[in-house]
Design a protein around this ligand. Structure first.
Ligand code: ZN
Ligand code: ZN
Length: 353
């Protein structure tokens, strides 16, 4: 029975995607960038992600401690801003998904509209609140940005629906994620695939893919761990505004973010993850709300918007923990409440004020 328990727990963590471990360190080819391994896999080059498997079994003995999801409020209003081509807004769809309408140019970040974060919709973590806005209500999607291949960030059903509705949309993805999308029918000509620090143009925007301390895994086999790259995105309208979409990250030793801040800070808007950080060992792969607040300060963000909480039962923080812990961090770090906001599902927030 215990073996079944442990196997189920491992399966749930695999489906959640964001509770895994980094792969081991292999030989380094001198011609490769330092985060590329000779076998084609990738690794973090700041503090490595320590294995957490040794203590995972304790959690599996008390599965009832896992985050219980329930329905949160859904906001309506401000839709007139979507019709204003001079306005720029961000709308929290749920979890790590934001819809950014930047002067009429529509961007979906890490879109997941499906009921479950899973390769199949029969089992796996189920959302407690419907998406704050559905795809049919969104005015336009010109660009989709993907931070990494975990199921809660790269959702097959959502990608296929987006492409069907907006076949000219560009999909900007990390190295080695393009072939996943091509397998789902997205043409190569619609995809931009970047390594860390590489840039490309999409419509009026300059995109730069930048590092973050995380990992990747998609598939049952251990060989899929870190076989695709992970990271975060800087979006710029040169000489106007800058956005940092942080994706899914841990603080690591902070060196990635210091370098991003030196090269791109201050940013006008940062989208920062605040969930899946309890017990504390999960901060090896995720940021706590306090660390997110520190990143807000480090990047000189004028407005930060919270994400990566509130929908799927990933690890063991209670659903209400992230906003409460963020409020405490704001007080302790003297960050005005209006500078680091936790939107309600579906809330259309004006940005670049
Ligand atoms: Zn995640
Ligand atoms: Zn992840």
């Amino acid at each position: 029975m215990k073996a079944v328990f442990l196997a189920m727990s491992g399966l749930i963590l695999f489906l959640c995607g964001c509770g895994g471990t980094s792969s081991g360190v292999a030989r380094q080819g001198s011609q490769l960038p330092p985060h590329h391994l000779p076998d084609g896999h990738f690794k973090n080059i700041d503090t490595s992600c320590a294995p957490i498997r040794d203590t995972m079994e304790l959690d599996s003995l008390v599965p009832s401690y896992r985050t219980k999801v329930y329905r949160l409020p859904i906001a309506r209003g401000n839709e007139e801003l979507w019709a204003d081509s001079t306005a720029s807004t961000a709308t929290w769809i749920g979890h790590g998904t934001y819809y950014i309408l930047w002067k009429g140019y529509g961007i979906l970040a890490d879109p997941i509209f499906s009921d479950r974060s899973s390769p199949v919709q029969l089992f796996g973590p189920k959302r407690g609140t419907p998406p704050g806005r559905n795809l049919d209500s969104i005015p336009v999607v010109n660009l989709v940005i993907i931070s990494h291949d975990h199921y809660d960030h790269l959702d097959k059903g959502s990608i296929k629906k987006i492409y069907k509705k907006w076949p000219k949309a560009t999909f900007a993805v990390p190295l080695k994620v393009a072939e996943i999308l091509e397998g789902w029918g997205i043409p190569e000509s619609n995809i931009i695939e970047l390594d860390w620090w590489q840039s490309a143009t999409a419509g009026p925007l300059k995109l730069t893919f930048v590092p973050c301390h995380h990992l990747s895994r998609r598939g049952l086999f251990k060989s899929s761990a870190n076989s695709t790259l992970w990271g975060s995105w800087i979006l710029e309208r040169p000489k106007e505004h800058k956005i940092w979409f942080a994706g899914d990250l841990a603080m690591g030793d902070g060196s990635y973010y210091k370098e991003i801040a030196e090269k791109f800070g201050p940013v006008d808007v940062a989208f920062l993850p605040i969930g899946s950080y309890k017990p504390s060992r999960y901060t090896r792969v995720h940021a706590s709300p306090r660390q997110a607040a520190q990143l807000h300060l480090l990047m000189g963000s004028r407005l930060s918007l919270a994400m990566h909480w509130g929908d799927f039962g990933m690890v063991y923080d209670r659903l209400e923990d992230p906003p409460k812990d963020l409020a405490r961090a704001r007080r302790e770090l003297s960050i005005p409440d209006s500078s680091f906001v936790v939107p309600v599902h579906g809330e259309i927030v004006p940005i670049f004020k």
